[in-house]
Design a protein around this ligand. Sequence first.
Ligand SMILES: [Mn+2]
Length: 270
Amino acid sequence: MSRYAVGDLQGCLKPLLCLLERVNFNPERDQLWLVGDLVNRGPDSLDTLRYLYGIKDSLRITLGNHDLHCIALARGTTTRGRHPSLDALLNAPDCAELMHWLLQQALVLRSEDNLYLMSHAGIPSAWSSEHALALSQEVEAVLQGPKVDDFFRNMYGDEPRKWDANLQGYERLRAITNHLTRMRICDAQGQLELGFKGAAADIPAPYRPWFEWQPEDSRSETLIFGHWAALECATQREDIIALDSGCVWGRHMTMLNMDNREIYHCDCAD
Ligand SMILES: [Mn+2]
């Protein structure tokens, strides 16, 4: 068995298939880890999800902000920000089945050998890996429970910007979700600035990339994340691997061989 991790797909199926072919991926034998943002903006959101659903037993998925938004649109709990690229998926006869499957996915995953921890946007430095998994499970329980639509009605918004263990209810769930699916930069106290989407060189003081606040060797796992295309995968860290290389913006899609750390790219310009 080999394990591979791929960055944000955003409905780009062709470069994913290119990467899988490159490594002779065999769903009967190998594992594919996906950092999330499987859909939205790109050309083939519906076909991407149908393809993945067909090999679902070989996947490990963490949900991204676009995945959660897509589920909320499909359930009718929001009408805002509906990108036309989602129309075919949202109108498909199997949409409900695909969304039900997405709702079973995690926000944070750890590999069985404890070598890797993955989430869409990253893990705040103040959260131990165990704590991040526990907080992720709080959200997952709601996504899979009877209050899922209440969750989506309360999911949107940037506040509270700072994590506090005493947060309760939907504020708490929103804070967990924002940290795990939307975070890019924060200050020394961990306060998020969610409006920033730019390059590392343009980060306004006193903010820094979330991962720069994490001391090296503070976790035993290597972190895998996506979400931040403008970062261009440059974390300058061996223990923190960024995989969103801006496929949907016409750059490329990146795959990591989790066993030997080889990196593969397929072009997305088309
Ligand atoms: Mn994202």
